[in-house]
Design a protein around this ligand. Structure first.
Ligand code: NAI
Ligand code: MG
Length: 357
């Protein structure tokens, strides 16, 4: 039996994060109304602004404060004067790790009415039917704290950073990717670089192949990350599910979001598949200081992220209705400027809410 009341932690963050989270929350309320789902939102001011005033992105008991929530909806963090490493390691990475959000899920679709940079290409048809999902490992791999700097400022200065790949870490993210592909078109592409990175990547390949053996209905292909990046541009419709390490998945998903038309549309979910902890949903884009405060932000990345949250909570039908409403607005020409329209954040949101009602 699906539950009908949820407590959601809202972390708008910095810049346009604070402009796109309220539309996403409003869309959740509206769709909830139609489906008998209620949301209690608790808003937190965790951000670079907070860091400037209080010396920390979030309070020391921040993680415990939201441990009991059903999900987290985050805008974006990052602001001038605060190093990006602080906003990342002071908020996003601790939340992802404390809540075992080891899958970062990033769906990529090219919508009708949205110009992909590839649409201008001679064979514009290659964007037809682009619909794939990147499953990025989210808590280990290349983004590790192991390493150091020595001989700072000397001619012999050096830096060492050690990637950490574990058997449980690789197999659980691969397991998720194969499970997902089984419910889609049955194809997993694994990003590797075993020719250049001779310890961790062959290990990644081995564990992914072992997991593949338990999923005979799903086809596995391994591709080197460089060739794979090129193929996402040249043949984006060829992919179903791509599984990748933390760094490779991070880079591929921004590339893929750009291929789909705008970073302003791309959503993501940081999932704890076992549901022992809240999962966190956030647009792929950052705080966009260049357009902040001017009603220019595309709220679709945040709204689609909210739809992913609904799906994670077990309301697939409601999630699909949100995406259908977005798709219909695009086709009607109601779009923000980043994707060739003229609507502001507020107008786009108003029209979407009308469509949902
Ligand atoms: P960004 O994603 O904020 O902006 C890149 C470009 O895309 C800008 O020209 C921006 O105007 C445009 N853009 C982004 N989102 C948009 C939207 N919703 N609608 C219309 N246009 C949009 O990336 P950037 O400039 O590299 O980073 C800015 C700050 O955001 C930095 O402090 C960075 O660390 C932070 N950041 C935070 C992330 C997060 O919270 N998960 C992710 C990426 C960056
Ligand atoms: Mg990124």
């Amino acid at each position: 039996m699906t539950r009908v009341g949820y407590r959601i932690a809202l972390i708008p963050g910095d810049g346009i994060g604070a402009e796109v989270v309220p539309p996403a929350a409003a869309v959740l309320q509206a769709i909830g109304h139609r489906h008998g789902i209620t949301f209690d939102f608790d808003e937190f001011d965790w951000s670079c602004q907070r860091y400037v005033h209080e010396g920390a992105m979030m309070p020391t008991d921040g993680i415990d404060t939201i441990r009991g929530h059903d999900a987290i909806l985050l805008g974006a963090v990052g602001w001038q004067g605060v190093p990006d490493s602080i906003s990342l390691w002071g908020l996003l990475i601790p939340l992802r790790r404390a809540f075992h959000q080891y899958v970062n899920l990033r769906p990529i679709m090219v919508f009708d009415g949205v110009r992909s940079p590839l649409t201008a290409a001679k064979d514009a048809t290659r964007v037809d039917g682009v619909d794939f999902v990147i499953v990025r490992e989210n808590v280990e791999g290349e983004y590790s704290e192991i390493g150091g700097r020595m001989n700072r400022g000397l001619a012999s200065e050096q830096a060492i950073q050690t990637a950490v790949f574990t058997r449980p870490g690789i197999s659980r993210v691969a397991e998720y990717a194969f499970g997902l592909a089984a419910g889609r078109r049955g194809r997993v592409t694994s990003a590797t670089k075993s020719n250049g990175i001779v310890h961790t990547m062959p290990f990644w390949d081995e564990v992914v192949s072992e997991v593949a053996e338990d999923h005979p209905g799903v086809a596995l292909r391994s591709e080197h990350i460089d060739a794979l990046a090129a193929k996402i541009v040249l043949e984006p419709a060829a992919f179903d599910v791509i599984v990748a390490s933390n760094l490779f998945g991070d880079v591929l998903s921004d590339l893929a979001a750009a291929v789909a038309g705008s970073i302003g549309i791309a959503p993501s979910g940081n999932l704890n598949p076992e549901r022992e902890f809240p999962s966190m949903f956030e647009p792929v884009h950052g705080s966009a200081p260049d357009i902040a405060g001017r009603d220019l932000a595309n709220p679709v990345g945040a709204i689609w992220s909210a739809a992913m949250m609904l799906e994670h909570l077990g309301h697939r039908e409601a999630a699909t209705e949100i995406l259908d409403a977005v798709r219909a607005l695009f086709v009607d020409g109601i779009r923000t400027r980043d994707i060739g329209g003229s609507a502001g954040t507020a107008e786009f949101t108003r029209e979407l809410l009308k469509r949902i009602d």
